[in-house]
Write a protein that binds this ligand. Structure first.
Ligand code: ASP
Ligand code: MG
Length: 447
């Protein structure tokens, strides 16, 4: 059995849906379980409709028309798909929001749940009519249960057993291909919750782990994880294999591969994950595996995050003192600002923030205990790969950046030992990436 997860951007119109259903059809012998996100940008549209309702304006037409048009284009009768009932319910919620002029996280989750609920009904109905018997499920029907942290709920451990038990029961009807809602679940009180934006990935890996699937496939519109962002470096190409740890680091350091939290369930159960391209289904894409093949590059992939703030904090009083770092981190937590990278010496700490808001208060508090320099417009470049060979990697990076007259301003190596990150100026980011791509991926010998 395999899990096939399709994201919203691969489900934006009838043509894409037909293509995806064709891909599912060619995999029927592997007994696929399908996990779907909301169609196109429906989740954002629902959030927008919620904000409009807060101002007293109720309008479900854009979402309704999009879905009805796709149904018509797919040759379906839109009134046959329980759409009316769902749109009626959606209108009620928006009316409630507009009357109360209140949109709580709980209502917000209820509101966005319509995206995934509409998607599974639409696709299962098309698949069932045109290809093979199919059934749709809201994830709570198959046993998904979370805590009540609305908008970012945590799955309860019993979900695994529930899902496994469900699919071994007769009512799961093994003859039908299941289409399951990603992203949404319910808490113990029956309230709808969500797993956080992009949470459908999590639904897919949880089902995969619960059912001990042979493979979990993420279908996208690129052929897997790329060596670098092809928009920045035109020679970038897809990476064949990455390890689970490397995938986690990549997901956290700005690559849009999958939801960072969704990697763990697959890693723990040792199920191979693949990232594949729905426009090129025969391309092998990228496999995320427990054991990497022997013959491989030093670096798997390089990610970058622009517009970062670098904070340099220097205090000679720090030397030999305990509690100094704790005080610094306390100040950051007081302002609710999260830190990405850290590098320290005996008397100084450098930190990076991915923070758009004002940091004057933070700066003032820090200045009470140290000298502080705030530097803006920086880029974090993260090299993900075999950091056991960090000396060779660093030697080559420094060499090539020096040749390009680019100054490295901070370095940090994560404890996971697969990530070396460093900072350059924003306007040097692209040159740095191109130069690094050239030596690590376009030349023979750096293995
Ligand atoms: N539809 C939800 C979102 O846009 C969940 C997902 O796409 O995974 O965040
Ligand atoms: Mg989405």
């Amino acid at each position: 059995m395999i899990i096939m997860k399709f994201g919203g951007t691969s489900l934006s119109n009838a043509e894409q849906i037909v293509r995806i259903c064709g891909i599912i059809e060619t995999n029927l012998s592997r007994k696929p379980v399908i996990v779907l996100s909301a169609i196109g940008n429906t989740t954002d549209e629902l959030l927008k409709a919620g904000r409009a309702a807060l101002m007293g304006h109720i309008d479900i037409d854009p979402i309704r028309k999009d879905h009805e048009q796709i149904a018509i284009d797919l040759g379906l009768d839109p009134y046959e798909n329980n759409f009316n009932q769902l749109f009626g319910e959606l209108k009620h919620i928006l009316t409630g929001i507009s009357l109360l002029r209140e949109l709580t996280p709980k209502t917000n989750d209820y509101l966005v749940s319509f995206g995934e609920r509409l998607a599974v009904r639409l696709l299962a109905s098309y698949f069932d009519k045109k290809i093979a018997p199919a059934a749709f499920y809201d994830s709570w029907d198959i046993g998904f249960i979370t805590d009540s942290r609305f908008t970012n709920a945590e799955l309860l451990a019993e979900t695994y057993e529930n899902v496994a038990a469900f699919f071994s029961k007769p009512e799961s009807d093994q003859t039908k291909i299941p289409f399951v809602t990603g992203f949404i679940a319910k808490d113990r009180n029956g309230n709808i919750t969500t797993l956080g934006r992009s949470g459908s990935d999590m639904t897919a890996t949880i089902i995969g782990a619960a059912l001990k699937a042979d493979e979990i496939q993420f279908w996208k519109d690129v052929s897997g994880i790329m060596t670098m962002d092809p928009k920045l470096v035109k020679n970038a190409f897809p990476v064949r294999y990455v390890s689970f740890d490397e995938a986690s680091e990549l997901a956290c350091s700005g690559s849009d591969i999958m939801h960072p939290r969704s990697i763990n369930p697959a890693k723990e159960s040792g199920i191979s994950v693949s990232i594949k391209n729905s426009y090129e289904p025969d391309h092998p894409g990228t496999n995320i595996v427990s054991e990497l093949p022997k013959d491989r590059n030093l670096i798997r992939s390089v990610s970058c995050k622009k517009g970062i703030i670098l904070v340099d904090i220097v205090s000679p009083r720090m030397r030999g003192q305990y509690g100094f770092l704790a005080r610094i981190f306390d100040i950051f937590s007081k302002y609710g600002i999260s830190i990405d990278l850290v590098a320290t010496s005996e008397i100084s700490v450098s930190l990076t923030l991915d923070h758009k808001e004002e940091i004057d208060g933070l700066r003032k508090d820090l200045e009470e205990i140290a000298d502080v320099k705030i530097l803006r417009n920086k880029t974090i470049i993260s090299l993900i790969g075999d950091v056991e060979h960090s000396s060779i990697i660093l030697e080559n990076v420094f060499h090539v950046l020096k040749d390009n007259k680019i100054n490295v301003q901070m370095i940090s190596q994560g404890a996971s030992k697969v990530n070396i990150s460093f900072i350059v100026d924003d306007d040097e980011a692209e040159d740095s990436l191109r130069a690094i791509h050239e030596i690590f991926f376009e030349r023979e010998g750096l293995k």
